[in-house]
Write a protein that binds this ligand. Sequence first.
Ligand code: VGL
Ligand code: ZN
Length: 220
Amino acid sequence: MARDTVTIDPIRSALLLVDFQPDFLPGGALPVAGGEQILEPVRRLMTSGRLGVVVATQDWHPPGHASFASSHPGRKPFEAIMLHNHEQTLWPDHCVQGSEGAQLHPALPWTAAAAVVRKGMEPACDSYSGFRNNWNEKGERPPTGLAGYLRERGVTELFVCGLARDFCVKWTAEDGADAGFRVRVIWDLTRPVDPSSDQRVRNELIARGVRIMSSDQLAV
Ligand code: VGL
Ligand code: ZN
């Protein structure tokens, strides 16, 4: 099926790269299958400048983080618990601050990135989204400042890709839409933790006003 080309104004756009870190790629602590397949096309987009300013998120947890199964005696990775009145999936230890697996992935040209927003630094609270933490003990989701940064630069359009489709990409895209940006997820430049979630994730994104596109719509 031929799909329409998406018109891009680089002055008003940002390429938002979510969690391209070795821990989310095969061989890492929380590997997302097929993540390595999107590195090369993302590298090309980063250096092209076609999608405007390049901004990245970096999952950056202190040791003993509340999202780690190892912080909850008797719990195993991928189980869910209630944390601050919301369901929290427990993960293997991953993206520990300063570790090899937490670095920005060395296969990508990070000199092209204007800003990197670190997230998940609160010991007691997770942060899937680049815009806001998950809920804290007060039931709030404090902002990271990313929306203000983008707005001040005149950005209105976000092109989101990265890992993982069903967690940090989804939450980032939804919060970006809630913050008033026109958000597109470049679906083929994301990969999920759980491929069986794809239809639900797609529906939930669309319901929140996020557009789903394919990299082949970025025609030259
Ligand atoms: C992520 C689980 C835990 C992600 C981060 O980048 O999608 N998933 N931390
Ligand atoms: Zn994490």
